[in-house]
Ligand binder design. Structure first.
Ligand code: C5P
Length: 232
């Protein structure tokens, strides 16, 4: 696929992943023949659309320098930050002299190793002429409850509720400004929320359910299952 505009991937990978209860951050756990982050980066690189992939890594991370992919010609390492949004902003700053404000940036969690080229191209093709950009998302099949303590206080109208996945695709300049303006705001748990804070309305693009985020120990087996059944 060739495009007249550049696409950059940004991968926040500076989290510790406490819910995995593992001896190392979840992105370095083994999944078949590679670590989680190697799968994620290989899939982004193999999609063959990105000028480079900027990866935000914690400064105390001893595992990253051990991976061959850390020195790949299209991989740029940036310092991770306190929160996910700080890590994304740091990676954006690392490509500041290379990217133009109008270039597209696709931010993708290191912990989502099952991302397919199909989903990446679907997102790009749907949004490439959009003013604001948007995200891959999934509708909810379950009935959703609003809860206080352990009591249900409301049942939400699930036709209006979507689960935000990654990649999240925005123009470089707009995303950087939105994250800078939102710095320190705990409500910013993804890129779209930083744009929403500016009064913008990012689009949702339906993604594939196999694009899971590794969060709990059982997710590794699920990711393995999905990988075995993906054929792209
Ligand atoms: O913890 P959670 O799964 O929500 O993190 C999503 C992604 O953000 C992960 O890839 C994680 O490594 C990254 N992250 C980061 N910097 C932080 C916290 C999380 O890059 N300070």
């Amino acid at each position: 696929m060739t495009y007249s505009i550049k696409f950059w991937a940004v991968v926040p990978a500076a989290g510790v992943g406490k819910r995995m209860n593992a001896d190392r951050p979840k992105q370095y756990l083994q999944l078949n023949d590679k670590t989680v982050i190697e799968h994620t980066l290989m899939r982004l690189l193999n999609a063959d659309v990105f000028t480079a992939v900027a990866v935000a890594i914690s400064e105390e991370d001893p595992y990253w320098p051990e991976l061959a992919i850390a020195t790949h010609e299209k991989v740029i390492t940036a310092a991770g930050g306190k929160e996910r949004a700080d890590s994304v902003l740091s990676a954006l700053k690392a490509i500041r002299t290379l990217a133009s404000d109008d270039d597209w940036v696709l931010v993708h969690d290191a912990a989502r190793p099952c991302i397919t080229a199909m989903d990446i191209i679907h997102l790009i093709e749907t949004l490439k002429n959009d003013e604001v950009g948007g995200i891959l998302a999934l509708s909810s099949h379950d009935t959703l409850k609003s809860v206080q303590g352990n009591c249900i206080v409301d049942t939400l109208d699930r036709s209006h509720i979507w689960r935000a996945l990654t990649p999240q695709m925005f123009r470089y300049g707009l995303l950087k400004t939105a994250l800078e303006e939102a710095e320190g705001n705990p409500a910013i748990t993804d890129e779209a929320s930083a744009l929403e804070l500016k009064g913008l309305q990012p689009k949702i693009v339906e993604g594939r359910p196999d694009n899971i985020k590794i969060t709990r120990p059982e997710d590794l087996a699920l990711a393995q299952f999905y990988m075995e059944h993906q054929n792209d």
